[in-house]
Design a protein around this ligand. Structure first.
Ligand SMILES: Cc1cc2nc3c(=O)[nH]c(=O)nc-3n(C[C@H](O)[C@H](O)[C@H](O)COP(=O)(O)O)c2cc1C
Length: 203
């Protein structure tokens, strides 16, 4: 299988926000899509290792903030390269809470959705959530959404070709090593060794 083919899929980038026991948290995700319209339903896949995953599984609600193409790399670093298990990600980040208390961003966001989980499907490393959209709002009608391709080519700092190692073609995590062990799993996004490309070779 040529995993380069996945680079031609069109994905958008969102911040998923969740809340449990008085703590709010969020993470970067590129799997948020509408799958039905009567009623409106979305699906989203999250790696089981994340805190947002556990919160959504337990509480059954999440908010999705659709990032604009002006969102800086710092947003991706902040919400995508660290876990809420070790940090309070929404501290000092402008945000609001929806009717269920789920946090969404109010800057660099085109639109927001409030979602209620109807079904969760165990996919091994990830859980696929099927959720009904309870509410939605446009926050910036004139902004274009951030695509995964724009993130990869224009937002994420490009790896230097002379550096030794491999990077995850999904999230950009860098493994400094001569080779990628066959059973290696990305500690950031949970994808397997087939997603690792030599530094400088990825998008
Ligand atoms: C560009 C980008 C896309 C990502 N897409 C996903 C995704 O679709 N699913 C997922 O589980 N993690 C994805 N991640 C990784 C999570 O955002 C990351 O594991 C995060 O630290 C989890 O935080 P949490 O433990 O606070 O929930 C992505 C990260 C980046 C930078």
């Amino acid at each position: 299988m040529d995993t380069n083919a996945f680079r031609y899929c069109t994905y958008g980038l969102v911040i998923l926000g969740a809340s449990q026991d008085g703590k709010i948290n969020g993470m970067v995700n590129n799997t948020f899509i509408q799958v039905t319209n009567t009623p409106s339903r979305v699906t989203v896949a999250l790696t089981k290792s994340g805190l947002t995953h556990d919160m959504i599984l337990d509480m059954g609600h999440f908010a999705a903030s659709i990032l604009t193409d002006a969102a800086p790399f710092s947003v991706f670093q902040h919400f995508g390269f660290q876990s809420g298990r070790d940090s309070r990600k929404f501290e000092n980040i402008p945000h609001a809470l929806d009717a269920q208390g789920m946090p969404y961003l109010v800057e660099n966001v085109c639109a927001r959705f409030s979602c209620a989980v109807e079904r969760s499907i165990d996919l091994g490393t990830h859980t696929l959530f099927v959720a009904r959209v309870a509410d939605a709002a446009v926050l910036s009608a004139s902004s274009a959404p951030m695509s995964y391709a724009v993130y990869q080519t224009q937002v994420k700092p490009q790896s230097k070709p002379q550096s030794k190692g491999f990077s995850c073609d999904l999230c950009g995590y860098v493994l400094h090593a001569d080779s990628v062990p066959a059973d290696f799993v990305c500690p950031i996004c949970g994808h397997d060794a087939s997603h690792f490309v030599p530094l400088g070779a990825g998008k």
